[in-house]
Design a protein around this ligand. Structure first.
Ligand code: 6R9
Length: 635
């Protein structure tokens, strides 16, 4: 049962940080407005989201806000018509944002390209025209296998503009994965690049495309549009392969925007797959647009002067929602960068913040931990005082990384917004607001209009402090409209706990309604009948001063059922403090015991230089478990 209280539960995090008075005074959503938002959402859930929808332009208004007559299929804004690109791009060309910077891009070598809304609009229109000329139309899938370059944003928007559906395959995925996704999507056109730079190396992306398409279905990827990024030597196959720039040369800078039904698909996106089997999540023009716009405007508190630095690759949901659509829907300026975050120098990201005056920095715990290893001095020679908000997403941040981010990047002056959400949710669901009291390690409360709860297996809410399943009780506009070609898997989200959406995570909620994510339910440890989230043990390990990063799995144990095994990335100075790895390991075991109580037994500790992660940076505990079963590699 996940409802038992964690034995000897860790001393609840007691630190609380208050926003600066200026943050409160200037916030888009001030305290009284937040109270009112919660009140309205509780009294009239669709009414709350209707107000959010009215912040955008529609070609036809909805017949109803929400059609929930056939759960678990929910249709947001049935009858309404729009196109997300109308709101993200077209409408800016008629207002003051026309000549504002939409996109700032920095290549790994420090080369920079900037696009105003007007320039981006014209480029998107050219590609939209070219795609139409290639026979792509409403509902057709276009596969994007793109590195983080401006043309990637152009390709997403051009595809959506003509009513086609973009299916992004992150450029780090191998040929086989690309082939499977292109086949699954039946994509006639694939947009890619010759290559890109990462960590000082030229990556020949087009070679992977050629390999992936070699035995793809014959009716897919009839055309491959290739952006010249590196000018590297590639094999262009006639008549399949066309250069992007050749294609666009003849095209008009004006193109009509296809007017879509709110529920029509905007994109498919394969989930990053910590469990192995990818699922392609489908999002729509109407609901997703409302969710992305509203949360970006309110949670990220976006102002006309903001420069938003989203470190996520555009190929992940974070890149889609808060790297492309959210910023453009709100008329913000967004920074996109190519390459490795620590190359050519460890302070590359602070250098980007300094160079362009970024005001918001949104990153992942993995990235933050990478920066933390440079110690408290980091980033000493960079002026990052333009920052006013920090965000994190993707994994539990943990109090230690939270504090580091708050102090060293935020100068104890910027709220840390730890946002919990998923590819499936499309938009942030749990998060502090800039005016909230902040608790290091917590993802804050459910946002207004989000009905999150912590329940037991039967769907009964568990008391504060106890661990349970994190569920969403009501539909929300950013939600997935389905999984490509798999209705049963879509329905399964609502079946594990009847009637509510189960996200797969375990959480606790405290007396104040703040959520604490404990990790994936699949990863949970069961020690002597007590269920303990991996995140909790990992956070305890990371609070040790010689631990840079940690992952935990369960080992079978005859008496306890399960005990923990820890994989630890030590910080560089550990060898000065301990005689050997055994001494370090026993201190770590004692440390966890002190932090979490005697029931949490760490049986073994393995020291590692790094942890296996998904491309988007999530720890692959499955791989650690497999290694362990195959004999492990204990140090
Ligand atoms: C946006 C994104 C979703 C899973 C989710 C959860 C984990 C995301 C988190 C977090 C703790 C946070 N997750 N945000 N865990 N704190 N702030 O990452 O989507 O790639 O689909 O992953 O990521 O386990 O269920 P996605």
């Amino acid at each position: 049962m996940p409802t038992t209280e964690t034995p000897g539960a860790p001393p609840a995090e007691e630190r609380v940080f208050r926003p600066a008075p200026s943050t409160v005074i200037e916030a888009n959503v001030k305290p009284a407005e937040l109270v009112e938002a919660y009140r309205l959402a509780a009294a009239d859930h669709p009414g709350y989201w209707e107000q959010a929808a009215l912040e955008l332009e529609w070609h036809r208004k909805w017949d109803a806000v929400l059609d929930d007559s056939r759960p678990p299929v929910y249709r947001w804004f049935p009858g309404a018509r729009t196109n997300i690109v109308h709101n993200a791009l077209d409408r800016h060309v008629h207002i003051w944002t026309k000549n504002k910077l939409a996109l700032i891009w920095e290549g790994e070598a420090g080369d920079c390209r900037k696009f105003t809304y007007f320039e981006l609009y014209r480029e998107v229109n050219r590609l939209a025209g070219a795609l139409r000329a290639l026979g792509v139309g409403r509902g057709d899938r276009v596969c994007l296998y793109m590195p983080p370059i401006p043309e990637t944003v152009v390709a997403m928007l051009a595809t959506a503009k003509i009513g086609a559906v973009h299916v992004f395959v992150f450029a780090g995925y191998a040929a086989k994965f690309l082939r499977e996704r292109v086949n699954e999507a039946g994509a006639k056109v694939l947009v890619t690049a010759d290559g890109f730079y990462r960590g000082g190396k030229l990556i020949n992306l087009k070679a992977v495309v050629d390999e992936g398409l070699a035995d793809a279905r014959p009716d897919v990827a009839e055309t491959v549009v290739v952006v010249r990024r590196t000018g590297g030597d590639i094999d262009m196959q006639e008549p399949r392969d066309l250069y992007y720039h050749d294609l666009l040369r003849q095209e008009s800078p004006e193109a009509a925007t296809e007017i879509m039904e709110a529920g029509e698909p905007l994109f498919w996106l394969p989930t990053s797959g910590t469990t192995g089997k990818p699922k392609s999540v489908v999002h729509s023009h109407g609901g997703y647009m409302v969710g992305a716009h509203h949360t970006f405007r309110t949670v990220f508190d976006i102002k006309p002067t903001d420069i938003h630095f989203c470190t996520a690759d555009p190929g992940w949901i974070t890149g889609h929602t808060y790297g492309v659509y959210g910023p453009l829907l709100t008329g913000a300026t967004v920074i996109l960068y190519e390459g490795h975050p620590l190359y050519p120098q460890a302070d590359r990201l602070p250098a980007i913040i300094e160079r362009y005056g970024a005001t918001i920095f949104y990153a992942t715990p993995t990235l933050i931990r990478m920066l933390m290893r440079y110690g408290p001095q980091y980033p000493k020679n960079r002026d990052i005082s333009t920052l006013r908000l920090l965000g994190s997403v993707g994994e539990p941040l943990g109090p230690d990384a939270w504090m580091w981010l708050y102090k060293h990047i935020g100068r104890s002056n910027c709220p840390v917004l730890d946002t919990w959400w998923q590819t499936e949710t499309g938009m942030a669901m749990l998060s502090p607001m800039p005016i909230s009291l902040l608790k290091p390690g917590s993802v804050g409360k459910a946002l207004p209009g989000v009905a999150a709860d912590v329940v037991d297996e039967d769907g009964r809410p568990v008391p504060p402090g106890q661990s349970g399943f994190l569920v969403l009780g009501k539909p929300w506009p950013g939600m997935l409209t389905g999984l490509a070609g798999d209705d049963a898997a879509y329905a399964a989200y609502w079946e594990k706990i009847p009637g509510v959406y189960f996200a797969g995570d375990l959480a606790r909620r405290d007396e104040d309604g703040y959520f604490w994510i404990q990790g994936r339910a699949d990863d949970v440890l069961n020690i002597a009948g007590h269920r303990i989230g991996t995140a909790e043990v990992e956070a305890a390990l990371c609070s040790h001063r010689f631990v840079a990063d940690a992952a935990v799995i369960g080992l079978p144990d005859k008496i306890k059922g399960e005990v923990a095994k820890a994989f630890v990335v030590p910080s560089p100075q550990w060898q000065e403090a301990y005689a050997d790895a055994d001494a370090f390991a026993s201190d770590l075991r004692a440390h966890v015991r002190r932090e979490l109580g005697p029931i949490v037994i760490v049986r073994a500790v393995a020291l590692r230089e790094s942890l296996p992660r998904t491309h988007s940076g999530k720890i692959l505990r499955r791989v650690l478990r497999e290694e362990e079963e195959a004999g492990g590699k204990l140090f």
